[in-house]
Design a protein around this ligand. Sequence first.
Ligand code: TPP
Length: 569
Amino acid sequence: MRKQASVETTAEAYLELLAARGVEYLFANAGTDFAPIIEAYARRGAQGQARPRPMTVPHEVVAVGMAHGYAMVTGRPQAVMVHVIVGTANALGGIMNAARSNVPLLFTAGRNPITEAGAVGSRDRPIHWAQESFDQAGIVREFVKWDYELRSMSHLETVVDRALAITQAEPQGPVYLTLPREVLAERLEAFEYSDPARAPRPGPLAPDAETVAEAARLLASARHPIVITKALGRDPEAVGALVTLAEALALPVFEHSHTHLNFPQDHPLHGGFDSTPALGEADLILVAESDAPWYPHLKAPRPEAKIIQIGVDPLFSRYPIRGFHGDVALAGTPRLTLKALARAAAPLADRGVVAERRRRWESEHSRQREARASRARAVAADTPIDMAWLSRCIGDLVDDRTILVNEYDFDASQAAFTRPGSYFAASPAGGLGWGLGAALGAKLAAPDKTVICCVGDGAYIFGSPTAAHFVARAYGVPVLFVVFNNRMWNAVKKAVQTHASDGWAVKTGIMPLTELDPAPDYELVCRASGGHAERVEDPAQLPAALERALRVVREEKRQALLNVICKKP
Ligand SMILES: Cc1ncc(C[n+]2csc(CCOP(=O)(O)OP(=O)(O)O)c2C)c(N)n1
């Protein structure tokens, strides 16, 4: 169907189109390049016309994090707009995170005015000469699937629809569109476009029956098969498909460095979070959406073990090097692959073998659960607070309506996540600063859910907390932030300890460049934006402090922060 909209400029037509395509938010960090966009918002607002909700996000790392968080919960891309080359550069770490997490988002930036005079929107500020670059998209090109510049109004619909189609096609990832000021400011009388969009949208892909049958034969004939997964739960439906397959063959499932809930943690076949011990015995490993299922430098599977790799792109083609073997690789939509595999493998399985294997892994599952619980109990009274106890206290509060966003230090093994879409951890790209924005985006996407954001003190600082707390207050996005405050970058310290276990740094205890002491009073940062915030030092007070903070978030709809003083490693 063709639709007509009354607009005055390209910028207005652009907002009309984004809204028509289901983009609900524009997370923006503005500059002089935004003038036509802001003008368009003013007119559309005054006249009550459709537009994505504009959100002022005072740091790009939070803006991209919010779009990431929104898309990881809903699967739907939102728009981010930043200021020319400098905003693009600030956002780049977040774009790397989104790229490696296969998150769809429409990343856009203004473009410095091209003309020195003569057009509406021509250069009129001192920055307009120095802020032009030879190749603005070159800043991000390696980490986006597609980039383009809107060169003319006549192209608008094709360009926007192509951007949205490509970002959502598998493997998903961000796209980058630059918007020159002259083009945005171009005058128009009306805008006509197709509604719904007519750009092609590739649907789910299933692997061919022969390759599935080959994988099924391998699976059914293995004595000690295991599954390793990291990000299968990006598609919530894939979780149920993996449960069906695991139950049919009694396959233990290991969530290794997991970024999503991939398998219910209370399922007797959940094998835990460290597959390393099982590698010595496994004669078949099914790798499901995992870029690095083990570390060959530390421990590799037995050379004769068969490997099956499943994923939208089992080659991880955007990674320069990844040498994990695959005797069979099943490319396609993992939920379809897993369903097909379960259908093909179940009839081939030896029931006696399956029953025995199930008993064995069930008891291993119970042993692990008990070991984790007793570890938390053992440190429950420690002061400063142990991160296992902190994780357990948070884990105990997780209910069916909770989403937990984790950027460092929350130990998921101390909780029992069971629902797809309830747990998200930082991208394999590891660009710190993701957590605060991602949690805000998740809360926007799921306003009825409780969103808890766990961050290390390092991750908190990287997340541009002043900007994040500003957004939480300005737009009423009540998230509970918990800072795991160990006053250091322990990840960096641990890397030194493994790298040179009997070296100078370990022997002398001198480790420059790892300290975050003296620690700021992080609770004051949240209070500065009207949040409820407490410093917690007594482990016995922790459950009550969490309850208080959750009440504020749920009932008063206000953000909250707990600065939890943890052991310093
Ligand atoms: C943008 C960016 N800069 C630096 C790093 C390197 N890095 C990885 S972990 C880490 C420390 C994180 O500190 P914190 O959140 O306090 O967690 P902890 O290491 O103490 O467990 C750093 C600096 C990174 N991953 N990303």
